[in-house]
Write a protein that binds this ligand. Structure first.
Ligand SMILES: Nc1ncnc2c1ncn2[C@@H]1O[C@H](COP(=O)(O)OP(=O)(O)O)[C@@H](O)[C@H]1O
Ligand SMILES: [Mg+2]
Length: 507
């Protein structure tokens, strides 16, 4: 007899429907899986056999063939265990085919029949919803994640025996009811607050502008000036995510298998700070089992690269295309995969190997050629994509020991939020979410300058030898500064501040 059960494969961030067909026929007892399965799927036959037997069900002593269709999509991982087991039950008349109509199944089986966590349940549930499949059967531990998608009946499956009883109509599994309103969760505690950082007011201002419009920042200055501290305080001033953004981010973490078990929805912008020994695949994504890299894990949040010149040149060059496109394409034998990677790039570096070039107090011991070689590790095209270049000088003793606290992060975040609200209204019917996302078309429409402004930019372009990209980036940055100031138009002061963030000192 032939049984058909619906399941799902993941290609990048998107789900694709997979039909699991199970056929039983006379012959030597065996279980064969066809349809481009990887090793983990092939091993499924052993797990399914043991799980069925250990759940007080009968494993048919027949020749069983399992086909995963469509055959041109590679099937990875153990998530097909559950649909295969259900197919075997139907094909051996231990459950009725009607019981699986309009339903989708995913789950890994352990040998005793219990159902284990699988990655990517959120995009799988999203696909079910798109395809008007009303019921999804997922591992019990993943039910809160699937329940983030409205309009689905999510059935949390603890073990195969329980699922069989449900399908046989003996004892039904109650659909999962989310017990917690995600918007009622408390505000998180941040490791660092801007109030604790003494002085550095101009750096804090630059980081506020960056957070308000999603712009990229490079902090440079001598060791111990507070670059790492400042960058790591960023999460405390970032704007909240919209529900759509939160779902996008949660999908990425779901696929990477990094979703914390107690929080089904990621509500706070990610802050990723990989070490400089990270591999190219670790940063941009890829590998034989393609996973989102750090740039995708930082989607809608911040990617912080501390000690920027220590990262390999090839690794850094891998950032160029995603910084422009806000997504990354990974080539594979079976086609290309795309992951989203719209992140704010924050980097920190010393100006030279000894760290004191340009410092007013301590003398730099590097030769000019060493400094030049050091700075050349970061290519022009990458620097060009950074809107805000800011120097972080050392703070003097008096400032550092002053009792007075700075402005708390909460107050800065309120201003950032107000500026973001303006952007949300501006980009309401577009896929854009912040000023940094604007393309040349939007820049032309939205970032209009007056006569004085045009004169200022013309002069700056000549003096700083700016590229067309830098020109557009300045206009976008000026738009954010105007939004922070609550101004309708871009005024000369806003433009001047934006220009001042472009790099000027080169060797
Ligand atoms: N402006 C500041 N206010 C308060 N503490 C600071 C400041 N700058 C630096 N520090 C202290 O110095 C330490 C080192 O700073 P860090 O951010 O690691 O410097 P950098 O990354 O520039 O080398 C911080 O952990 C903090 O204790
Ligand atoms: Mg540091």
């Amino acid at each position: 007899m032939l049984a058909k059960v619906t399941s799902c494969a993941l290609v990048g961030l998107e789900g694709v429907i997979v039909e699991v067909e199970v056929d039983t026929s006379r012959g030597m007892p065996s279980l064969t899986i066809v349809g481009l399965p990887d090793a983990a799927v092939k091993e499924s036959s052993e797990r399914v056999r043991a799980a069925v037997k250990n759940s007080a069900l009968v494993f048919p002593g027949k020749r069983i063939t399992v086909n995963l269709a469509p055959a041109d999509i590679r099937k990875e991982g153990p998530a097909y265990d559950l649909p295969i087991a259900v197919g075997v039950l139907i094909a051996s008349e231990q459950a009725w085919p009607q019981a699986v109509e309009d339903a989708l199944f995913v789950g890994e089986l352990s040998l005793d029949g219990s159902v284990r966590h699988v990655n990517g349940v959120l995009p799988i549930a999203a696909l079910a919803n798109q395809q008007s499949i009303k019921r999804v059967f997922v591992p019990a531990c993943d039910a809160p994640e699937a329940a983030l998608i409205d309009g689905l009946d999510v059935f949390p499956v603890e073990n195969l025996g329980q699922l069989a009883a449900h399908l046989q109509g003996l004892r039904s599994i109650p659909p999962y009811e989310p017990d917690l309103d995600p918007s009622s969760l408390p505000h998180p505690q941040y490791a660092a607050d801007f109030a604790e950082i003494k002085g550095q007011e101009h750096v804090k201002r630059a980081l506020e502008v960056a957070a308000a419009g999603g712009h990229n920042v490079l902090l440079s200055g001598p060791p111990g000036a507070g670059k790492t501290l400042l960058a790591r305080s960023m999460p405390s001033i970032l704007p909240l995510m919209t529900i759509e953004e939160a779902l996008e981010v949660t999908k990425v973490y779901s696929i990477a298998g990094l979703l914390p078990s107690d929080t089904p929805l990621i509500r706070h912008r990610p802050f990723r700070a990989p070490h400089h020994t990270i591999s190219h695949a670790g940063l941009v994504g890829g590998g034989s089992w393609p996973r989102p890299g750090e740039i995708s894990l930082a989607h809608r949040g911040v990617l912080f690269l501390d000690e920027l010149p220590e990262f390999g040149t090839r690794t850094l060059e891998g950032l160029r295309q995603p910084l422009e496109d806000h997504k990354v394409s990974i080539a594979r034998a079976t086609g290309t995969l795309t992951f989203p990677s719209n992140f704010m790039f924050v980097a920190a570096m010393n100006p030279c190997p000894c760290g004191y070039y340009g410092d007013p107090v301590r003398e730099c011991t590097c030769s000019m050629s060493t400094i030049s070689r050091y700075q050349k590790r970061i290519s022009g095209p990458l620097l060009d994509r950074i809107d805000i270049h800011i120097e972080v000088p050392r703070v003097d003793y008096d400032k550092l020991t002053a009792e007075r606290l700075g402005e708390p992060s909460q107050a800065i975040q309120t201003r950032v939020e107000a500026a973001r609200e303006k952007q949300r209204q501006r980009f309401e019917d577009t896929p854009l979410s912040s000023n940094a996302d604007m393309g040349p078309g939007e820049v032309r429409k939205i970032c209009q300058l007056d006569e004085t402004g045009r004169g200022l930019v013309r002069a700056a372009m000549q003096q700083l030898q700016m590229s067309a990209r830098a020109f557009h980036r300045i206009l976008k940055l000026a738009r954010t500064i105007a939004d922070l100031a609550g101004s309708e138009g871009i005024e000369t002061a806003h433009l001047a501040e934006a220009i001042q963030y472009r790099p000027r000192r080169t060797i």
